[in-house]
Write a protein that binds this ligand. Structure first.
Ligand code: HEC
Length: 160
């Protein structure tokens, strides 16, 4: 076999190997029932209201591929200024089981209703995760937390 051809086969072989490594962590394809449940939950449990830009202003008429990409609008109060995180990126760093564990104990600042995640059933948490991973990564990270007393750069809603 000519050397060039050998090299090419070798390259294809290694490319296939590394692609497999990269995708080893990819979630299993979600079933339709979980996806539908996930859609229902992020709509009615308020996740879209804060984590999807313009969701309330557009009366919920935001295409699904833009859902949960985080928001530039700050929520300012005695806790500082918080931003609804980009959940499409956030979930990429967690396995489904890690998410279920985290959601049962995580605490964050207002106005994130973190305590409602503690009350969600494991099945519902899994459905939300499956939907978000199915939608895939999108958008940019939301701005970082600004401590109390510091002026945020972008727009914010002020709590008394
Ligand atoms: C009223 C607005 C609001 C609603 C409703 C809301 N979030 Fe949030 N969420 C936020 C804000 C603001 C933050 C950032 C909080 C911070 O910086 O401490 C956040 C943070 C988060 C985080 C990151 C928590 C951490 O500290 O790791 C997750 C995960 C999350 N939200 C999921 C959800 C899900 C799932 C729903 C729907 C069940 C939801 N949120 C509903 C505003 C909201």
């Amino acid at each position: 076999m000519p050397l060039l051809r050998k090299l090419m086969i070798g390259t294809v072989f290694f490319a296939a190997l590394s692609a497999q490594d990269v995708f080893a962590e990819a979630p299993k394809p979600a079933d339709q029932k979980s996806l539908d449940r996930g859609r229902y939950l992020v709509k009615i449990a308020g996740c879209n209201d804060c984590h999807t830009p313009g969701y309330a202003e557009k009366a919920g008429k935001v295409p699904e591929n833009q859902w949960l990409t985080g928001d530039q609008l700050g929520w300012r109060g005695p806790w500082g200024t918080t931003y609804a995180v980009n959940l499409r990126l956030y979930m990429q760093n967690l396995s489904e089981d890690q998410w279920v564990k985290a959601a049962k104990i995580l605490q964050s600042r207002p106005p994130m209703p973190w305590f409602t995640l503690h009350d969600m059933t494991e099945q519902d948490l899994r459905a939300i995760y499956k939907l978000i991973r199915y939608l895939g990564p999108a958008g940019e990270p939301a701005p970082g937390f600004v401590p109390p007393g510091q002026e945020p750069k972008g727009p914010y809603a002020l709590f008394p």
